[in-house]
Every structure is written in structure tokens, then in C-alpha cells.
Design a protein around this ligand. Structure first.
Ligand code: PGA
Length: 253
């Protein structure tokens, strides 16, 4: 049985004071809730404020991106060691918005996963197809390539540190959620892929989150599916009551 994992991706929202305020509300709402792992991923500039605010709570801290090099002439970038240094534990890698707006490739995703793991950060690796790709029934082909290239030459020990998030691009921020059935089909495809390419044991342990317009009203249908182990939540993670409800509903599956 995999423990549910609910991660909030705040994207480019919340300055430091707002982050502290949001965390304090969330902290009060979730109390000592232990039936799901809870993560927030604020923007870089609010990480320290969030880190301070989550102290003595069950909430963990993550970042939304990182560079694969340890340091050097990469203007505007932040390394894994820099994140680790300020108490960050998780990092989202290969989000579809990074792939779409910043042309991130599977090869870069691969380098980032490796760099995160060697800096002792836990990567949450995003995969998912666009609407056009789904309409052409290429969703499995697309996700398979993202997995094959993204997880190239990673070991089973590496995989133990990883969480995967399936986020169909057409469901992100659009209010359209994949049905539990659609999501579960892709989640089982993803788990099968890891069974084939890593091991049964590693694939069974791996948590695969669903992302794309997750709300308090649809989390129960999603989490009830065998291969859906939690959610990567964008919009609703900025609303403390909604996010709390998603967290609490996630352990009812
Ligand atoms: P959304 O975003 O919940 O606002 O659709 C999800 C994500 O991009 O991680």
C-alpha cells in the first residue's frame, strides 16, 4: 500500500509574506494529519519564508525547478545544492510549462533528475501528452518517450527517490480533468513501463501522482483508482481550504 502524496505547485504565485500567510492557514487546517504526505512548492523567492513557516508541521518543502549543473556561469539559474542548502527536500522536474515555455527537453530532464538525486533532493518528474497528441491517440507513445529518455541510465536505487506525476497538458489549469478511468489507464501504463525497465519491486513502490485540475470534488474518484497514489495540485493548492480538503479526501480511497 502506497501512502497518498499530495503536492501543491504554486507556480509563479505568492510573494514571501503571502507564502507565510498561506502556510500558516494550511498548517492550522492540517494539524498533525498523517494519512497523506503533504508538500508545498512555492516559487524560489518564497522558499525561505515557507521553510520558516512550516517548522513543527507535517508539511514538506519543494521547489519547482532547478539547473543540472552544480554551479557556474548560468545566469538566472539555481542549483540543487542551493535548494538543499535552504532546507528544500523535493523538486519538480520537467513540468509541462517548463517543457512548453522554456523548451525543456527529455535530455535536460534526465540530467536534472540525476543532479537532484546526487544532491540528495527527491525529484517529482512530470510527464504527459498535449491535447493534439491525445486526439491523434499518441498519448502512450509520447509518455513512453518521456520516460525512456528522462529515466535513461538511472538505477533502481535512484528510482526509490523518485515520484512520477502524470499531467495531461489538456487538463492543466483548464478545469478539464481526465476521468478516473482515463488517468488510471495511463498510470497503469506508467507502472508497467517501470516494471519492464526497472523491476516489479521498484515499480510497486513508486508513487504516481495525477495532475490537472484536481479539486476537492474529483480527488476521491481519482484516488480510488489502484494506480493513482496522490495528486500534483496547481490552482487549488493556493486556496488553503480546498487544498486541505484534497489532502483529507486523499486518504479515503
Ligand atoms: P492545475 O495545475 O491543478 O492548476 O491544473 C496542475 C499542475 O500544473 O501541476
Amino acid at each position: 500500500m502506497r501512502k497518498p502524496f499530495i503536492a501543491g505547485n504554486w507556480k509563479m504565485n505568492k510573494i514571501a509574506t503571502e507564502a507565510a500567510d498561506l502556510v500558516s492557514k494550511l498548517k492550522e487546517n492540517v494539524g498533525s494529519f498523517k494519512d497523506a504526505d503533504i508538500l508545498i512548492c512555492p516559487p524560489y523567492t518564497s522558499l525561505l519564508a515557507a521553510q520558516e513557516a512550516i517548522k513543527d508541521s507535517v508539511i514538506e518543502l519543494g521547489a519547482q525547478n532547478m539547473h543540472w549543473e552544480a554551479n557556474g556561469a548560468f545566469t538566472g539559474e539555481v542549483s540543487a545544492a542551493m535548494l538543499k542548502d535552504i532546507g528544500v527536500k523535493f523538486v519538480i522536474i520537467g513540468h509541462s510549462e517548463r517543457r512548453k515555455y522554456f523548451s525543456e527537453t527529455n535530455q535536460q530532464v534526465n540530467k536534472k533528475i540525476k543532479a537532484a538525486i546526487s544532491a540528495d533532493l527527491l525529484p517529482i518528474v512530470c510527464v504527459g501528452e498535449s491535447l493534439e497528441q491525445r486526439e491523434q491517440q499518441k498519448e502512450k507513445e509520447v509518455v513512453e518517450k518521456q520516460l525512456r529518455e528522462g529515466f535513461d541510465s538511472l538505477s533502481q536505487a535512484d528510482l526509490e527517490k523518485v515520484t512520477v506525476a502524470y499531467e495531461p497538458v489538456w487538463a492543466i489549469g483548464t478545469g478539464k480533468t481526465a476521468t478516473g478511468e482515463q488517468a488510471d489507464q495511463m498510470h497503469s501504463f506508467i507502472r508497467e513501463w517501470f516494471k519492464k525497465n526497472f523491476s516489479d519491486q521498484a515499480a510497486e513502490k513508486l508513487r504516481v501522482l495525477y495532475g490537472g485540475s484536481v479539486k476537492p470534488t474529483n480527488i476521491k474518484e481519482l484516488i480510488a483508482k489502484e494506480n493513482i497514489d496522490g495528486a500534483l495540485v496547481g490552482g487549488a493548492s493556493l486556496k488553503p481550504l480546498d487544498f486541505t480538503e484534497i489532502i483529507k479526501n486523499s486518504s479515503l480511497g
